[in-house]
Design a protein around this ligand. Structure first.
Ligand SMILES: C[S@@+](CC[C@H](N)C(=O)[O-])C[C@H]1O[C@@H](n2cnc3c(N)ncnc32)[C@H](O)[C@@H]1O
Length: 264
């Protein structure tokens, strides 16, 4: 991929990084990832169907009612459309247990907890700041840059749900996802949201743990499918879509797996 004076003109979809990450860091990162993105963007479009929620779940799910609060988020959060669609799935699915990889500010954690039954337990995992320098796998140059830029992310992990009534149903877990022991959750989680580190080794490791934790009939949702900045998510999902029925949710960067539905 060729460099140039303004990375955002060539890749308008990266505009949200403006002011947050120096252009030369983005240039270097994109130079390494650009070819993976181009390759798997085409391959995945051919194999992974893009669907409306009503093509995977009953039609009435799309007419459901959801509750959102303090949901505008910031850079690094999922979009409002993605939040609405995840909340609709949670509201329809009525999970007893939810597991989120990547708490961040806790915006999505809060919306999931609000739309789940009162008795639902929402587990959410994030890395301790002091562990960021010693991860098992590479997190990429932009990931390393953002991890060190404390003035941009100077907030408490999970602060969106702290002090809300939903804090009681949210269990915050700490650890590096590639080193974390998930065995107590095996086959116990109804709905899993994968959105922590986005390099191939992490997406693979987190997803494999997600599949082990998934209860029969459960749902896994990934963020950053078809996302230029994180092409390894698309690459991994394309690879497993040869064996597992993965769907892309229209209008979003979300991908979905429903246990027992459309298995090949
Ligand atoms: C994109 S943000 C998550 C956004 C959040 N899920 C949401 O929807 O608003 C990614 C989060 O994953 C965390 N993270 C990155 N690498 C991790 C790792 N190896 N283990 C656990 N958490 C990690 C980061 O600290 C960050 O808070």
């Amino acid at each position: 991929m060729s460099g140039g004076p303004n990375v955002f003109k060539r890749y308008p979809r990266l505009i949200n990084l403006k002011g947050l990450v120096p252009e030369e860091v983005i240039e270097r990162d994109i130079a390494k990832k650009g070819d993976i993105y181009k390759k798997y963007d085409v391959l995945a479009r051919h194999r992974i169907p893009t669907v409306n929620l009503c093509e995977v779940f009953p039609r009435h799910l799309e007419r459901g009612r959801i509750v959102l609060e303090n949901f505008l988020g910031q850079w690094g959060n999922i979009s409002i459309e993605e939040l609405c669609k995840i909340s609709l799935i949670v509201s329809y699915f009525r999970p007893e247990t939810i597991f989120e990889f990547g708490t961040y500010n806790g915006c999505t954690t809060l919306q999931m907890a609000m739309n789940a039954p009162n008795a639902c337990r929402v587990y959410t995992l994030d890395i301790r700041p002091e562990e960021v320098g010693g991860t098992l796998f590479d997190v990429g140059e932009i990931g390393r840059y953002l991890a060190g830029k404390t003035d941009a992310f100077n907030f408490e992990i999970g602060h969106y749900f702290k002090g809300t009534p939903f804090e009681l149903s949210i269990i915050q877990l700490w650890g590096e996802s590639a080193k974390f022991d998930f065995s107590t959750f095996w086959e116990k989680i109804d709905l899993i949201f994968v959105d922590a580190a986005h390099t191939y080794e992490y997406v693979k490791s987190d997803s494999e743990n997600a599949f082990r934790m998934l209860r029969k009939g459960g749902v896994i949702i990934w963020h950053d499918y078809m996302q230029m900045l994180h092409p390894d998510v698309t690459r991994y999902l394309y690879e497993i879509s040869a064996q597992k029925a993965i769907h892309h949710i229209r209008g979003t960067n979300l991908a979905l797996y429903c246990d027992g539905k459309g298995e090949q």
